[in-house]
Design a protein around this ligand. Sequence first.
Ligand SMILES: Nc1ncnc2c1ncn2[C@@H]1O[C@H](COP(=O)(O)OP(=O)(O)OP(=O)(O)O)[C@@H](O)[C@H]1O
Ligand SMILES: [Mg+2]
Length: 250
Amino acid sequence: MSALLSLDHVSRRFSGLLALDDVSVSLKQGEIVGLIGPNGAGKTTFVNVISGVLKPTSGSVDFLGRSIGGLRPDLVARAGIARTFQIVQPFPRMTVRENVAAAALFAGSVPTRDEAGRDADAHLAFCGLTREADTPASSLTLAGRKRLELAKSLASKPKLLLLDEVNAGLNAAEIDDALRLISEIAGRGITVLLIEHLMKVVSQSCSRLLVLHQGRLIADGQTASVMQDQQVIEAYLGQRYARLKQESAI
Ligand SMILES: Nc1ncnc2c1ncn2[C@@H]1O[C@H](COP(=O)(O)OP(=O)(O)OP(=O)(O)O)[C@@H](O)[C@H]1O
Ligand SMILES: [Mg+2]
């Protein structure tokens, strides 16, 4: 199958720091791919470069055979890529429904405000936020705000969804709910890239795993084999992996 998204020798520099260092990778349609790595490894920069928030310093980003490297975020959204933010940032005074409708209008996925509102209701129902539709976004709990991020990203009708730590700060039951949603989203044929620190989530949800370390992609393969990779264990998994083994032994 041909690639949905391809990064070819992509680097991103912040003055002296190479936050992404010569990353080449491609994603196929329908995959759920995990992206892990220590704090500061370049995971959010990776998402920012793909979603148009940052321009790559060098290298190319292609989506559906078209070059999107350096394109504005709204044009990337229109091309079919949605992302959530690690630090959730809804418009606090707008209602939950208005936030989702605004995301649809931003991405140009609906022609009118009315249609954006109707669409928003469907996305809110899917994400379990119907009861909160008319409340200000600022009144949502953290789990609610994370679900709002998902509803907003679906409003742009993406082919690729980049999820930056959507489970961070959630309790076990909330994580289970979020993972059910994510697997339903993937079931709709949307490719998902899941940035995640919880190895249990990665091993359950992702068939393929990418590992960034100091800006470099040090592993890309089937989740089970990447988790056995000596370089990955040394760079990142050591403690987490031991903890996961302990958990599964219980
Ligand atoms: N806008 C920026 N200006 C300068 N440096 C930046 C900027 N954004 C990121 N960095 C630096 O680039 C490196 C990669 O950061 P990034 O946020 O991509 O890491 P991350 O893997 O997402 O980390 P975390 O797990 O903590 O979210 C870090 O050293 C960070 O300080
Ligand atoms: Mg990050």
